[in-house]
Ligand binder design. Structure first.
Ligand code: ATP
Ligand code: MG
Length: 418
């Protein structure tokens, strides 16, 4: 059984989450992937999406993997691992090649060469390429080609999105996972995986954004015509709301977090002016009452700032207020009441919560906004295994970019493995 399942590992700043899936039986055509195990442990050794202590991070990841192993009753040997953090940068690039066959028929190898050519963008020296995502092709000046294989031409161009991360961060996450004794099948930008779990192909065709509001980061991806148009990882998340509450009320982070989870809302005008909360009920040593309306105002201000930053990303690509399928909100931070309304108002777009789609599961835990990245990684892995011929260029390039990095690291740390 061990080779039949696909594992997704999401190392977040709040929690490490693992999801394990298998392909649903043939007769059950309605659903592709069946989730047989999930695990979640609070993360240590991570701050702002960045590893601050390898040893602590390794123990959190090990603990999460062990829990998942107990649940599925088998050993996990490899995983698709998510990578995030505000060090991630995304830029567009062009690759141009001549078609190799004398009769001008474009073959998958030509597509691969074009994508390879697009990789040669000016990479800052301490960065590494994580993904090269072909968005569209141009054959002899005819632009907007989705799949050029089989077409005829002399000159093949590709417009690609190049996603890069700080080498040191990529090494740290890779090192951390190898130290737990498992193999990395692919290192995937978190939001790319998340979007596999929460946005439908139709939404991606029409134009949709997915925003994953995590603890210390908010990741955004915009799709159009089925392909990613833009991605960004913003250094602001739901923990900022907690610290605003702590500062605003002069209380501890723990009390502020409890207050946010139990009484928080991003819609201040819905709260009665007279509603009061006793901080002692939330673990504060002092019996102090605060106005719930005031707390909601603090939250709303920060939530609006988060959506303003998201909108700034839409503006950069000329899509502010212009995504027909709207924005899908996911991640633990999206659980805050009033988020959908705030998004609609600030982004001038339809908005909804993104729960995992296209999976069945043995546990309800899967129906959790915070689990969408781990589940998305499983779906990413499944899609990679059955890469459709038309998508071969796209999938291969995503895969090989990472393979190189992780092979190199493995060589470095292979000697340390048990
Ligand atoms: N019910 C809830 N209401 C409001 N906020 C919530 C709720 N549940 C979780 N959160 C908040 O969501 C945040 C964690 O989200 P998530 O688990 O997606 O982050 P993460 O993946 O660990 O972090 P990152 O993606 O930034 O590395 C925390 O700040 C937490 O307070
Ligand atoms: Mg996350």
């Amino acid at each position: 059984m061990s080779s039949d399942f696909i594992t997704g590992l999401d190392v977040g700043s709040t929690a490490v989450r693992v999801a394990v899936g298998t392909r649903a039986p043939e007769r059950d055509k309605s659903s592709g992937i069946h989730i047989i195990g999930v695990a979640e442990v609070p993360s240590e050794g991570l701050s702002k999406g960045i590893i601050t202590s390898i040893d602590d991070a390794v123990s959190s990841v090990s603990a999460a993997l062990e829990r998942a192993e107990r649940m599925i009753g088998a050993e996990i040997r490899k995983a698709f691992v998510g990578i995030s953090g505000s060090h991630i940068i995304s830029q567009t690039s062009k690759g141009v090649v001549g078609v190799s066959r004398p009769d001008g028929e474009i073959r998958p190898e030509d597509v691969e060469r074009a994508v390879e050519a697009a990789r040669t963008v000016a990479t800052p020296s301490n960065y590494e390429i994580l993904h090269v995502i072909p968005k569209s092709f141009t054959v002899d000046g005819q632009s907007g080609v989705k799949d050029p294989v089989g077409m005829s031409g002399i000159r093949l161009e590709v417009d690609a999105e190049i996603i890069q991360g700080l080498s040191a961060q990529i090494k740290n996450i890779t090192k951390c996972v190898y130290r737990t004794g498992i193999d990395i099948e692919d290192l995937v930008l978190g939001i790319l995986a998340t979007s596999e779990a929460v946005a439908t192909p139709r939404q991606r065709d029409l134009g949709v954004a997915v925003a994953n509001i995590g603890g210390s980061t908010t990741s955004v991806i915009v799709f159009e015509g089925g392909d990613p148009l833009h991605t960004a990882v913003l250094p602001i998340g739901s923990e900022h709301i907690t610290s605003d509450i702590a500062i605003g009320l002069r209380t501890s982070i723990d009390v502020a977090e409890a207050l946010k989870l139990r009484f928080g809302t991003a819609s201040a005008k819905e709260v009665q002016k007279r509603e009061e909360i006793n901080l002692r009920d939330l673990g504060s040593p002092d019996a102090e009452t605060v106005s719930r309306r005031y707390v909601a105002e603090i939250i709303e201000a920060r939530v609006e700032e988060i959506f303003e930053k998201v909108d700034a990303e839409f503006r950069r690509i000329g899509r502010s207020g212009l995504l027909p399928a709207g924005v899908v909100l996911t991640g633990g931070g999206a659980k805050l009441p009033g988020m959908v309304e705030a998004a609609k108002r600030k982004l001038r777009l339809p908005a909804s919560l993104g729960y995992p789609i296209g999976v069945t599961a043995i546990t309800d835990k899967v129906n959790d906004l915070a689990f969408t990245t781990a589940i998305g990684l499983v779906l990413w892995g499944a899609a990679l295994e059955e890469r459709a011929p038309g998508k071969i260029g796209r999938m291969l390039s995503r895969f090989s970019a990472v393979e190189q990095v992780s092979k190199r690291i493995k060589k470095l740390f292979g000697s340390l493995l048990p």
